[in-house]
Design a protein around this ligand. Structure first.
Ligand code: 13P
Length: 131
């Protein structure tokens, strides 16, 4: 993440559980112009899916969520480098790394960053961030 210092754009973190990845890709397609004004950082698989579908969007991929990617985004939040987070949550499936997800949300709350857990909220967050 050394390139972060050279990129002055505020970070938007993008995450989606497996069953919601297609929805997040669709959201990113609809809002690709607005999103390109931010530095996009995503968990591994989510970032891969977005990059594959929308190669024009520059995106930094961290580790996969269950392998520490959620915690890496949490660390960026704790370093006060994240302007907003969009996390499409699958509310119907249990996840083995649920503690990581909870920790990530806790940091987003603690550091008072706007974060959206579904599409309707993501639309509002993106609008409110001046995109
Ligand atoms: O599991 C996730 C969020 O908790 C997302 O991680 P991936 O993008 O690697 O699937």
């Amino acid at each position: 993440m050394n390139e972060a210092a050279a990129d002055p754009r505020p970070i938007v973190a993008l995450v989606a559980h497996d069953e919601k990845k297609a929805d997040l890709v669709a959201f990113c397609r609809t809002h690709s112009q607005e999103l390109s004004r931010f530095r996009l950082v995503a968990t591994g698989t989510t970032g891969g899916r977005i990059a594959e579908a929308l190669p024009q969007l520059e995106i930094t991929r961290l580790k996969s969520g269950p392998l520490g990617g959620d915690q890496q985004i949490g660390a960026l939040i704790a370093e006060e480098r994240v302007a907003a987070m969009i996390f499409f949550v699958d509310a119907l499936t249990p996840h083995p790394h649920d503690v990581d997800v909870k920790a990530l949300m806790r940091l987003a709350i603690l550091y008072d960053i706007p974060f959206a857990l579904n599409r309707a909220s993501a639309e509002l967050v993106l609008k409110a961030d001046g995109a």
